[in-house]
Design a protein around this ligand. Structure first.
Ligand code: FE
Length: 199
């Protein structure tokens, strides 16, 4: 079990996680986990997103690193539930404006498949395979309910950056560029009593 003693501790934990595991391939795509995170954040910034949503874009797949299940678990029929593990890890450090779009970004895919023509067909092979493990395309009632969920709109924006953040060799700012932004987005009163997943 990881425990943070301070915001600085928590931010160092994030940096260490990317340093240690960010080189891993991103689920059969031509980018690493770190490149995918940085591209997602860069697209969010370019789109004029508020800082908490840029932070969410950067950290949305941190659950893949925390889970430590290796590369492309969906190829082995495993749904690693990374959206929940990632949000849970980050709750001591960040508010809902960061953690909720992360928690909801898989549901946002199920939602977009239901409401946006052509979205499903445009997903990568790995994303289509993991969709089935994640519960598949939402029905009409599920999609409507999701659309009314708090932070659903942010989760959908994040999802669309996520889907395109798979460009081989794309130049982006590095992780150090985003650390001050993460510090600004951290809770004014960190809640270090919350349990977080092991790393
Ligand atoms: Fe992603």
């Amino acid at each position: 079990m990881v425990t943070f003693r301070s915001t600085e501790d928590g931010l160092r934990w994030i940096e260490t996680l990317f340093d240690r595991l960010g080189h891993r391939a991103y689920s059969g795509e031509p980018v690493t986990q770190l490149e995918h995170a940085l591209q997602s954040a860069a697209f969010a910034e370019a789109d004029g997103a508020a800082e908490p949503l840029v932070a969410a874009a950067l950290l949305h797949d941190i659950g893949h690193l925390v889970n430590d299940l290796g590369e492309s678990p969906s190829e082995r029929g495993i749904d690693d539930l990374h959206q929940f593990h990632g949000a849970k890890c980050l709750r001591p450090l960040f508010g809902r404006d960061v953690t909720e779009p992360i928690r909801l970004h898989v549901q946002a895919k199920r939602y977009l498949c239901a409401v946006r023509p052509g979205y499903l067909d445009a997903l990568s092979a790995d994303s289509q395979r993991s969709l089935l493990l994640q519960g598949g395309v939402y029905g009409a009632a599920e999609a409507e309910a999701f659309g009314q969920t708090a932070y659903a709109a942010d989760a959908v924006r994040l999802r669309l950056w996520d889907d395109t953040a798979k460009v081989a060799g794309l130049a982006t700012p590095d992780l150090a560029h985003y650390l001050p932004l993460l510090a600004r987005c951290a809770r004014a009163t960190p809640d270090f009593t919350q349990e977080i997943a092991p790393c």
